[in-house]
Every structure is written in structure tokens, then in C-alpha cells.
Write a protein of this length. Structure first.
Lengths: 213, 213
């Protein structure tokens, strides 16, 4: 499997965990941050033991084949705009459009965060992924004899194939659920995961799996 | 486990399958239909071998402890209105508010079919259930060594306990996902299930499961 050059936008829980598992898997990972020299940025990066560099969103994205959007939803548009031209690249949207009080999604049913992201970057291959399970499970996604699923969707078949390795590197079993429009469903599933974890105080030891026969 | 008196509103795929598994489990089931003497109604009922009676929505509901709403979403409000006073009963909402073209949900994110149903029947204990898996799997929900999950949510703890037996009778493993508000998420999961089954032509041999550890 070819090693990929990846920009991870955001160094929080999700971005930090993905950067870790992907660099362990041998991919070249750079954090994209609004201000890579700030104290907060340096602290986030040093937590990962220096295995991941940090750059501006623009610099990180320009040299990357794959850009992973791992910022809070309200910061997503600004981060994307700061990247400049993303045309032709693969953009993996890992966000959930949560209301600030976590009582529901701010958008949904007739659109999704992923579709809004896609509208900001025409020509970019947008994939929704890594949003239906807490980041604490990345790299630790085994539940007894079963692996949690990594649901993803998108409209570009080749782009979907090329991120399979990234989903696998996060310990998740890749499950293609169809076109990007289905991000509406994945974001609602994520809301349920989060409600159980946070509002119902069940922690992060649960995961969705699609059974087939 | 106490045997329940159940009105199943609607004798289509979902209502027919639930009426079958529940009557096999020993519950007393009556179909509620807008016109129980019509040819269509008689055909639906006779398909079940006479084990389930049919009555008007009002008669079926008035003698039932549990009312299961199994009609298409656009027919839901009329069916509920025809039942008359449901106060104090348990209402299991099995609907999904699908757009007619199955390309998405007609409502969601800020409300759900279940919450709309609840607004029509104040004092009734509304539970969302039986909507996240195709009716073809009711009574046949085993996937190898695993059982498909029967996700349900609602705001009345006692009502939730009393429908556990109904979920189990459908062959599903009951999974309580919290308050009725989370029907927004269950309806979106159902949309994903349906998109894979119908639009992606994968049939009905898939099911969601929540892994825990």
C-alpha cells in the first residue's frame, strides 16, 4: 500500500489520534493549524513526541495528497478557506455539526456537514469518515473478537479506495455506505454515539457495526 | 412475562411481520385499519392465517395496552387521530419519515417522526422502535452467531421495560439508546439502512449492532 502525504487540520482529540495512528502506519503526516507557532499548537504537537510536524493550514494542505478535516464544526469553513486551492485532492471530513449543548445536530436531514464542506471546495474529492466513533477508539477499536466499523461515504470511487488504508490504520473495519449524501445519516449516528457517551455518561466503549449475511 | 394486548396499526410489511411474531409469542394482536372490511384489509389479514383479527383503528386501539404505529409516515397522523384517546397507553412508533423518492428524510435534526407523533397524543407513552431494520428480518434476525439489535428510545422508563418482550419476540437484541429525542438519530440510521437496501440494491441482509466492551 502506497504511503500517503496527509495534512491533518486540527490537533485536538480527533486530529491528534488520527495523526498518531497514521504516522505509526508509516504515512507522512503534518498538522495544519491556524497558528502553528502558538503555545497551544506547540503543546499539541509535542504531545505526539515529535513524530508529526506542524505547519499553517495552507502549507500543510498544499503538499498533501489527503487532507483530513478534524476541527470543530464552527471552525471548519475558516480552516478550509485557509487551505487555498484543494482541487483534485482528497478531503476527508471527520466533523460532526453538533449544537454547542450536544443536544442535537445543528444541520441535517436536508444537508450535512460533508455536503457543506463539498460546496466550499469544488473539484475536491470529499469523503465523510472517522466521525461515528470516539477518537479514544482509534488504534484501539477491537471489541472482543470484533472490530468496530469505520463507516465512510463519498461520490468518488477512486478516492474511496485510496483511504481504505487510513481507515484500517485506525483499527477500524471499513464499511462503504454509499454517496456523500449519506453523511447526513453518519452524522446522525455520530450524534447518537455522542449522546450515549456524554449526555448518558456511558463513556466511549461502544461502537457501531454493520452485520451482513 | 405478561402477555400483552396489542393493536398494530397498518397491515403492510412492518405491521404484518410484527403481528406475526408477536402472535406467535402468545400476545393478543389486533390490526387497526381505516376500513377493516375492505378487500385489501381482508387480504392482508387472511395472509396471516387468521391468527390476527382486524378492527377499525379506534376499536383496535381502545382495547389495547400497546399500540404499534406501522403505517407510512404520510398516513400516520390520520391513523393516530382515528384511534381517539390514547392517553396512558404505550405507543410504539415504527415509522420513518421518508421522502417519497427515498432520497432522504422529510424531517430530522431538529425533530423526528416520533416527536411529532408524541405531540399528537399528550399523555401517551411514546417509544420509537422497530424502524432501523427491514421487516424481512423480524423473527429472522440472526446473523451468524450474532443477533441484530432492536434500538429503541423513549422518555418513560416503565413503558420501555414493558416493550422489551416485544423486541425480543421479533428476534432482536434490545438496545436502549435514551430519550425519545434520539429518534432523530434512529430515523437517520433507518434512512441509511433503506438507502443500502433499495437505492444501492443490497437487499435486506444487513443490520446495525452496537458493540460494547
Amino acid at each position: 500500500m502506497a504511503k500517503l502525504s496527509i495534512a491533518v487540520l486540527g490537533a485536538g482529540n480527533v486530529g491528534g489520534a488520527l495523526a498518531h495512528v497514521w504516522s505509526v502506519a508509516g504515512h507522512s503526516v503534518t498538522f495544519g493549524l491556524p497558528d502553528p507557532q502558538s503555545e497551544k499548537s506547540r503543546a499539541a504537537v509535542s504531545k505526539l513526541g515529535g513524530q508529526v510536524r506542524a505547519a499553517s493550514n495552507k502549507d500543510a494542505a498544499s503538499s498533501a495528497q489527503v487532507v483530513a478535516l478534524c476541527v470543530p464544526w464552527l471552525a471548519a469553513e475558516a480552516a478550509i478557506r485557509q487551505c487555498g486551492n484543494l482541487s483534485g485532492k482528497i478531503l476527508v471530513d471527520c466533523t460532526n455539526p453538533l449544537k454547542p449543548d450536544l443536544q442535537g445536530l445543528a444541520i441535517g436531514a436536508t444537508t450535512s456537514a460533508a455536503e457543506q464542506v463539498a460546496s466550499w471546495v469544488p473539484g475536491t474529492k470529499v469523503i465523510k469518515a472517522f466521525n461515528t466513533i470516539g477518537a479514544a477508539n482509534f488504534g484501539k477499536a477491537q471489541f472482543g473478537s470484533q472490530r468496530a466499523d469505520g463507516f465512510y461515504c463519498g461520490d468518488d470511487a477512486a478516492a474511496k479506495t485510496s483511504i481504505l488504508e487510513l481507515i484500517d490504520a485506525a483499527g477500524l473495519a471499513p464499511v462503504d455506505v454509499g454517496p456523500l449524501r449519506n453523511a447526513r445519516c453518519l452524522e446522525a449516528m455520530a450524534m447518537l454515539w455522542i449522546d450515549m457517551a456524554v449526555n448518558q455518561k456511558q463513556g466511549s466503549n461502544h461502537a457501531f457495526k454493520l452485520l451482513r449475511r
